[in-house]
Design a protein around this ligand. Structure first.
Ligand code: ADP
Ligand code: MG
Length: 251
């Protein structure tokens, strides 16, 4: 895989190997922000596993952690390195808007940005969602109590921008699909866009960060009996994403 920015700050990126100059200019970069002001809804899990799955489809991508807690860039990656490997895509940590803006010039097809959960850095969240991103993915719990906060978040940050976005129902109960159906009905009634695929709750995902694993690396022995389901959910999301991305960008 082309090394764009492993372990580096964005300022270093252009000095790294990346794509050749002419190739970089020809690539249309889609900046995808994974966002929801609520913490614990699966943003970081979605960022890492969508990144890993898209990488298996040969996408040249960069994952950016803009969360000061650095759970994606440092926490997860540190464990992957300890295991003797690394995350199977390029990644960096960056919160400086001026540097984030330079990410488009790197020749990546996707730049996937994990955003902080809280509103403590509202200015950065505004910038990433309203200005920088081309597309938003909004993980949410498929639960009644998430409906109002999610609607408020969409109205405050996303709907007015006219940017494409999709809700991603996450941490859903594998044996209670009715909750997902209710959430889809709630979304459809309001005209909100969503991924048909939802991300079910599996131990595999919960233990993956500490093990430094991403879903494409799950096996029965490292991730338990439901490893294939856990992997397939992200494959479904990646395929839905690619269907939209390739028809829009011809990429
Ligand atoms: N589909 C899932 N199945 C099991 N655990 C999950 C799943 N998605 C997230 N988690 C766990 O829930 C917690 C919050 O997820 P995280 O991705 O960190 O959310 P956020 O980035 O929105 O705060 C973490 O402990 C994570 O491992
Ligand atoms: Mg997070």
């Amino acid at each position: 895989m082309t090394q764009v920015a492993k372990h580096s700050e964005v300022a270093d990126v252009p000095q790294q190997t990346g794509a050749p100059e002419a190739e970089r200019a020809a690539v249309t970069t889609r900046v995808i922000a994974i966002c929801n002001q609520k913490g614990g809804v699966g943003k970081t899990t979605a960022t890492i596993n969508l990144g890993a799955t898209l990488a298996t489809y040969g996408r040249r991508l960069l994952v950016v952690d803009s969360d000061p807690q650095k759970s994606a860039s440092s926490g997860w990656a540190r464990q992957a390195i300890k295991r003797g490997g690394d995350l199977p895509f390029d990644y960096t940590y960056e919160t400086n808007p001026a540097k984030l803006a330079k990410l488009r010039g790197l020749g990546c097809q996707e730049v996937i940005i994990d955003t902080p959960g809280s509103l403590e850095n509202e200015e950065l969240q505004h910038y990433i969602i309203k200005e920088l991103a081309d597309e938003l993915i909004v993980p949410m719990e498929a639960a009644y109590l998430s409906f109002d906060p999610t609607e408020a978040f969409l109205k405050k940050y996303i709907l007015g921008t006219g940017k494409p976005y999709r809700l991603l129902m996450s941490r859903t109960h594998p044996s209670k699909p009715g909750r997902v159906d209710e959430t889809k009905k709630w979304a459809a009634k309001r005209g909100f866009h969503y991924f048909e695929t939802h991300i079910r709750t599996y131990d595999a995902h919960e233990s993956a960060p500490a093990a430094g694993l991403v879903c494409t690396q799950y096996t029965r022995s490292n991730s338990g009996a439901y490893f294939a389901n856990a992997k397939n959910d992200f494959q479904g999301v990646a395929l839905e994403y690619l269907a939209g991305a390739t028809s829009k960008a011809g990429a």
